[in-house]
Ligand binder design. Structure first.
Ligand code: AMP
Length: 408
């Protein structure tokens, strides 16, 4: 099978590596660090299966366009991708499907927004309705900061049109879980659960980012919990989508909070998580290409399979990330890290300079994944690889999977 992966980051590199175990893979546009990268347009590429990585082209309808030209596509159409493209719409679907989620309100005017904010006890959660590259969410202990954020978002100053409508939510207390499911329109088949680390700095301090690390599987997310989330969230959501005439074929990624009153859906994403994919996919031992092709064709027959080992992924970011990432710094030590056993360094945002040296080309430049027999072993190997790599201004969290956040 020949598979075309669409996208250019660490997630697409992880997809390409996992798919290449059983298929021939091309990646567009990819990046100079991802083997098989091509600048050809997806519409000009001949492949048996197209796998769309990022949310932006999904929300823009790339899956529909490719399907219209007869291609087999893993990724929802623009209709289903609205789950991520509009948080307000996502909440509407959740309510319709009876899926447990945070109490919320949707606002375009600041007065009612502030009135609703006052009814909540805090911490306060303010989200852009539209896409904001994982950075449109403010969670704060300060009412004043929340109120200021509402004003900045609604005025368009903070996130342009994506923020002119905001979703304000009740804060959910509990450990988070990422459950990525492969969907064929009717059935959601779970991949191994993961936890990600969204805050920039150690101890979950600093601003939210696209994600600074992840690990998989999650010790407290056993088969019963996964089955409960499928039954109470994913399956009713797919059914609600079908009732709206939406045939959802792609990844449905549920961000779950395990509250004292049970699991609640924080959000849906319509693609593999980044960096969760970099922790989940290296453990895949089955035929991922066949699984995704079956889902794309509307009928999953095979089961995903995973290595027993634990994967830990550490994101290496550039100076200024997440607000003003600097690029163009020369990366040292990549070859040394690549050569370590049980380590894969996914190229997320890299390029080569005129002399052929690796340089940074994006805020989250590299993702280092290590496999180990237990979390401590995987962490030790991942951080040994991290310490081999350097560039001016490189930063990363030192506590990925250190204290495994669990349901108490
Ligand atoms: P989202 O982009 O909606 O996943 O939000 C990013 C991060 O903000 C989540 O992973 C949570 O850590 C946090 N967050 C978002 N909404 C809530 C909420 N209602 N309660 C607690 N934390 C939240």
């Amino acid at each position: 099978m020949r598979v075309c992966v669409i996208g250019s980051g660490g997630r697409e590199h992880a997809l390409a590596v996992a798919l290449a175990r059983t298929a021939e893979v091309v990646v567009t546009p990819g990046n100079p660090g991802i083997p098989g990268s091509t600048q050809a347009s997806p519409t000009a590429i001949g492949a048996d299966l197209f796998v769309i990585g990022p949310e932006t082209p999904l929300v823009a309808g790339l899956a529909d366009e490719l399907r219209a030209s007869g291609k087999l596509v893993f990724g929802p159409g623009a209709d289903g991708a609205r789950l991520e493209g509009s948080k307000a719409w996502m909440k509407e679907v959740l309510q319709e499907a009876g899926v447990p989620t945070a109490v919320y309100g949707t606002f375009t005017e600041s007065e009612p927004a502030l009135a609703f904010l006052r009814t909540l006890s805090g911490p306060w959660v303010v989200k852009t309705d539209g896409l904001a590259a994982g950075k449109g969410v403010l969670v704060t202990d300060s009412f004043d900061a929340a109120a200021a954020d509402v004003a900045a978002k609604l005025s368009g100053a903070a996130f342009g049109d994506a923020g002119r409508r905001v979703v304000i939510e009740e804060w959910l207390d509990g450990p988070e879980l990422s459950l990525l499911c492969v969907c064929d329109g009717r059935r959601a088949v779970p991949l191994a659960p993961a936890q990600d680390f969204k805050r920039l700095s150690d101890g979950d301090a600093g601003p939210n980012t696209g994600g600074m690390g992840a690990y998989s599987p999650v010790p407290f997310a056993g088969p019963d919990l996964v089955a409960e989330v499928l039954e109470r969230a994913l399956q009713p959501t797919l059914a609600a989508l079908r009732a709206r005439g939406i045939d959802y074929r792609g990844v449905l990624y549920a961000g779950i909070v395990l509250t004292s009153s049970g699991p609640k859906v924080l959000e849906y994403n319509v693609r593999f998580g980044d960096p969760e994919a970099q922790a989940v996919l290296p453990r895949s031992t089955g035929d991922l290409a066949a699984l995704l092709a079956e889902a794309a064709a509307g009928h999953i027959e095979s089961e995903p399979r995973f290595d027993d080992r634990i994967a830990v992924t550490v994101v290496l970011a550039t100076e200024g990330y997440p607000f003003h990432p600097r690029t163009g710094d020369v990366i040292e030590g990549l070859d040394k890290a690549d050569a370590l056993p049980d380590v894969t360094v996914f190229r997320a945002g890299v390029a080569r300079d005129a002399d052929g040296a690796w340089i940074t080309a994006g805020g989250r430049a590299l993702n280092v994944t290590a496999l180990g027999d237990d979390i401590a072993g995987a962490r030790a190997t991942a951080y040994a690889a991290v310490s081999a790599i350097s560039w001016p201004g490189m930063h990363h969290r030192t506590d990925i999977a250190a204290i495994v956040r669990s349901a108490s």
